[in-house]
Ligand binder design. Structure first.
Ligand code: PLP
Length: 456
């Protein structure tokens, strides 16, 4: 008989009880942040030489800390890009933790990586990329974008002529902030086409035509967006793909937020041309109902990613042995040790089937249309633009920027909703407006009505 650790069993039961409460609750509070000093005063010293004990620490968590987080899956959390992990995925996130799998190499993580790859095959099938295309799960869109651009840059630098050049990429101001951040990390220059409306091949070509000879030489990639984070706008991927082909440029599509909508028949045509991408970013932790954190980077040509990212080290050679043959996720993105973070997604897909994913994404799209109608029929409200994907930008007539901020804080303070303002570029000026982004299929029309009604 193994020794049975009663404390461990009790702690496990406590944790499971908490988890069951969390996933089965129908109403959650939108948590409110507190200052670090306030939290410190409430919980006191917790990291001590002898420890304070699991039960005590867990109580502190429940009493003072859990409530200062905003659950991203709250049905009235429509700020930024919310999330809504399925209960099946959350449960398997616990299994992922409990299984202690090193997800870098097949040799150690075969079963986990196999499941990840089954989920990945489905994601890749949504893109329409040709045979041979595949991907890996990353910590998120930022890491996926960085991995893709480093791959592109390394490929470009295979030409000795460019070995010592600093590369240049073109994107638009609608691109996510992580594209600029990533350009900094990879030390490449970036030119942003100055329109938040969808980028076209023509606009791209015009921008290329303004480049100096040296800039043109250094230009190696274009980043288009498949659903801008601010407004859900999908660039004209087909015409951009054509320009990239003519100009011999790497074509990256950042669909971190919008990629989930590839499954939705009603909007799939908006992504036409994505099948010509060299690389694509999709965040399952946004619109594929995975828990944090789970991004994905997909490549048309996996060998190029491997050239760029495969790490060498004498202690790593064993993993590359014939005996350890299999798919090694570390070879295709910037991270070595990694959680098999695609595993919860796999379990959720296997549990529910892909049709349920289609329905859940369509519901998010439908909620945006419902919100638009409610706004149009409201005397004090106006759409700033028609909804794109599940993003709705709208104004409260007569409100100044500080009114939106005030309203946001008030709703958050009341534990009622989290809806944050944004800015929309109109000609040369930026207008502050309100923004919804729908992910959670359990958000109701009533939730939207209540939020709009609070804009008095
Ligand atoms: C959210 C987002 C990102 C960043 O993804 P993280 O998972 O937060 O790192 C990048 N691009 C777009 C278009 C996004 O919406």
């Amino acid at each position: 008989m193994h020794h049975i650790d009663i404390d461990l069993i009790e702690m496990t039961l406590d944790v499971m009880k908490y988890v069951i409460g969390r996933v089965s609750a129908t109403e959650h509070q939108i948590g409110k942040p507190k200052k670090a000093e306030e939290l410190k005063a409430a919980v006191g010293e917790t990291v001590t030489a002898k420890g304070v004990g699991g039960e005590y620490a867990f109580d502190l968590w429940k009493k003072h800390l859990a409530t200062t987080n905003v659950p991203v899956d709250h049905p009235r959390n429509l700020a930024f890009v919310p999330a809504s992990p399925t209960k099946a995925a959350i449960m398997f996130d616990l299994i992922t933790s409990a299984s202690s799998i090193h997800g870098a190499y097949w040799m150690e993580g075969a079963g986990g990586i196999f499941c990840e790859n089954e989920a990945m095959r489905w994601i890749v099938s949504l893109t329409g990329l040709p045979e041979g295309a595949f991907g890996v799960f990353t910590s998120g869109g930022t890491a996926a974008n960085l991995s893709a651009i480093v791959t592109a840059r390394e490929h470009w630098r295979e030409n000795p002529e460019y070995k010592r050049e600093k590369g240049l990429i073109i994107t638009s101001i609608g691109a996510h902030s992580s594209i600029k951040a990533m350009a900094k990390v990879a030390d490449v220059d970036i030119i942003m086409v100055d329109s938040e409306e969808h980028l076209t091949g023509d606009a791209l070509k015009e921008t290329i035509d303004t480049l100096t000879e040296h800039q043109r030489k250094c230009l190696f990639a274009v980043v288009a967006t498949g659903g801008t984070t601010n407004a859900g706008i999908i660039d004209d991927l087909e015409s951009i793909a054509q320009v990239c082909e003519e100009e011999k440029l790497w074509f990256h599509v950042d669909a971190a937020y919008g990629g989930g909508a590839l499954v939705a028949d009603s909007v799939r045509h908006l992504f036409n041309g994505i099948d010509k991408a060299d690389s694509i970013t999709i965040d399952p932790h946004k619109w594929m109902f995975s828990p944090y954190d789970c991004g994905a980077v997909i490549y048309k040509n996996m060998a190029l990613a491997k050239n760029a990212h495969s790490q060498q080290g004498s202690y790593l050679e064993i993993f590359k042995d014939e005996g350890a043959h299999g798919f090694n996720p570390t070879d295709y993105q910037i991270q070595l040790t990694r959680r098999v973070r695609g595993l919860p997604l796999w379990f959720s897909l296997a549990t529910h089937g892909t049709d349920r994913y289609k329905e859940a994404v369509e519901r998010g799209l439908e909620l945006a249309q419902i919100a638009a109608k409610l706004i149009e029929n409201h005397p004090d409200l106006e759409l700033v633009r028609e909804p794109s994907l599940s993003c709705v930008l709208y104004r409260r007539k007569g409100w100044k920027p500080e009114d939106y901020t005030h309203w946001t804080y008030e709703n958050h303070e009341k534990g009622f909703a989290l809806v944050t303002p944004t800015k929309w570029k109109n000609g040369d000026t930026y207008e502050t407006c309100s923004r919804f982004c729908f992910i959670n299929p359990d958000t109701t029309e009533r939730d939207i009505e209540m939020i709009l009604k609070s804009m008095v």
